[in-house]
Design a protein around this ligand. Structure first.
Ligand SMILES: [Mn+2]
Length: 245
């Protein structure tokens, strides 16, 4: 079975503090082209699909009907992240065992954090964002905010608080039990291969599809072969960007 794992779309209601950045139609086109190109059997949305730290579920559903209908097709599996932990239809994780007994474990990865993904954490964020929405109308506040939360790359707008080693250590713990672990949450696309008691172990992070980026992990569940996909942000999508698999 071929899996396409994507995460951290942070679909919201748009606006100045918008994090998804994709036109729904365009995003659907790209995912469809990738499904076709690699003959993908299942698409796993590995958490932070919606950004409920900023907007209400009702408002997000209202603003994104097209894309939500698309996700509810059978081929998609929706897993919770810290930003959408309250959506009852989402799974906490997905574990697959292949015909030779190898296991693949997929979860968002925020469990490596303290407090993140709790109702208390969300309450604070909702208050913060409702204030911020008013304050960013002031030019210098907007500039200061984006400066404070950005990567060194000026254009990015996702916090740089994520220490990927912390999540690597968390993944290593899971790898005692599983052969392959796929996390999201850090917005950093990466792969690591190690040997533990003579068994090959693999940790993948599927990166992010926020801010009009497209990053994903492609996995063959039988062979545990994988490939990371990263489409240049400013380029027009073309299957020529896709790595061989
Ligand atoms: Mn997250």
């Amino acid at each position: 079975m071929i899996l396409l794992v994507v995460s951290d779309l942070h679909i919201d209601t748009g606006g100045k503090l918008g994090t998804f950045g994709w036109k729904p139609k365009k995003f659907i086109e790209v995912v469809d082209a990738i499904i076709q190109h690699y003959k993908v059997d299942k698409v796993i949305l590995n958490g932070d699909i919606f950004d409920l730290y900023k907007d209400s579920y009702k408002d997000i559903v209202e603003a994104n009907k097209k894309i939500i209908d698309y996700f509810h097709r059978n081929q998609f599996v929706l897993i919770r992240g810290n930003h959408d932990i309250w959506v009852p239809s989402f799974k906490n994780h997905l574990t697959i065992k292949n015909s030779s007994g190898k296991t693949i474990h997929i979860e968002h990865g925020h469990k490596a954090d303290f407090l993140n993904g709790t109702r208390f954490g969300r309450g604070i964020s909702l208050v913060f964002y409702s204030m911020l929405r008013i304050l960013v109308k002031i030019r210098w506040v907007e500039r200061l905010f984006f400066k404070a939360v950005s990567y060194i790359d000026e254009v990015e707008r996702i916090p740089r608080k994520y220490n990927t080693f912390k999540y690597l250590i968390y993944a290593l713990k899971l790898l005692r039990r599983y052969d392959m672990v796929i996390l999201g949450h850090t917005h950093k696309l990466e792969s690591h291969k190690i040997y533990y008691l003579n068994n090959k172990k693999i940790y993948l992070n599927c990166g992010t599809c926020s801010l009009k980026r497209f990053q994903a992990a492609l996995v063959d569940t039988e062979t545990l072969d994988y490939e990371l996909i990263k489409i240049p942000k400013k380029a027009k999508f073309d299957v020529a960007f896709l790595p061989p698999f």
